[in-house]
Design a protein around this ligand. Structure first.
Ligand SMILES: Nc1ncnc2c1ncn2[C@@H]1O[C@H](COP(=O)(O)OP(=O)(O)O)[C@@H](O)[C@H]1O
Ligand SMILES: [Mg+2]
Length: 236
């Protein structure tokens, strides 16, 4: 099954006082199944906005988002919720883990949402096993009961990656996932993402400021003046 994601003529502006400030001015982008694409661009160029619109966290003012040719940005709230929970996984610069929950519980939470309370209670053991396996995959098998405050930055991002994988998404949307990490830790997180991309055919869009990170992806696009330009892949 080859699932691809397209942005067609996306426009988005934000109101600042009385004026509309355009951020996306007609973004066209096509991401193939299994691709690892870096999105670069100056601060404020709209990279986060684009990622949010692609992942249905926010809607465009004009244009559309299509999944294998089917428009998805205008679906009902319920159907967009299902896509957000199953088709897309998100990773953020500041991890966004729930501070009261252990690493394991943070990874189990989306599975709970996905299964519903009843099914969750019936399948709790299996869900716990699945979450444990994901944490082991990202190298956190020894940190299951740690809370976020008891983890390093790199460990928190690994836990967030495990959580994003919990719904078995088709697409992983990562907004500056290495932006808060030192170079060596950032590199190891990038390598983990690249391995997951290869071994699971997981399609990824990765926003980054770091040319060295971007150079390790399949393709880099640059957001400037509200539009996408293809960018030489080898920058470093
Ligand atoms: N919710 C919002 N309300 C108003 N303006 C916003 C909002 N989100 C982003 N912006 C503005 O849109 C522009 C692009 O923001 P963003 O997508 O976060 O850029 P980037 O991620 O590339 O740094 C910025 O000028 C920012 O101030
Ligand atoms: Mg941003």
């Amino acid at each position: 099954m080859s699932v691809h994601l397209s942005a067609i003529g996306l426009e988005k502006s934000y109101r600042k006082g009385k004026i509309q400030v355009p951020v996306l001015r007609g973004v066209d982008l096509e991401v193939e199944h299994g691709e690892l694409v870096a999105i670069v661009g100056a601060s404020g160029s709209g990279k986060s906005t684009l990622l949010h619109v692609l992942g249905l966290l926010d809607g465009p003012d004009a244009g559309s988002v299509q999944l294998s040719g089917e428009r998805i940005d205008n679906l009902s709230e319920h159907r967009r919720d299902v896509l957000r929970n199953r088709t897309f996984g998100f990773i953020f610069q500041f991890y966004h883990l729930l501070p009261e929950l252990s690493a394991l519980e943070n990874v189990m939470a989306p599975l709970m949402i996905r299964h519903g309370v009843r099914a969750y209670l019936a399948q709790r053991k299996m869900i716990r096993k699945e979450a444990t396996a994901l944490l082991e995959r990202v190298g956190l098998g020894h940190r299951l009961t740690h809370r976020p405050a008891e983890l390093s930055g790199g460990e928190m991002q690994r836990a967030a990656i495990a959580r994003a994988l919990a719904g078995s998404p088709e697409f992983l949307l990562a907004d500056e996932p290495t932006g808060n990490l030192d170079a060596a830790t950032g590199q190891s997180v990038l390598e983990l993402l690249r391995d997951l991309n290869r071994e699971r055919g997981l399609t990824m869009m990765l926003v980054t400021h770091d040319a060295h990170i971007a150079a390790q992806t399949d393709r880099t696009v640059r957001l400037a003046e509200g539009r996408i330009e293809e960018w030489a892949t080898v920058l470093a």
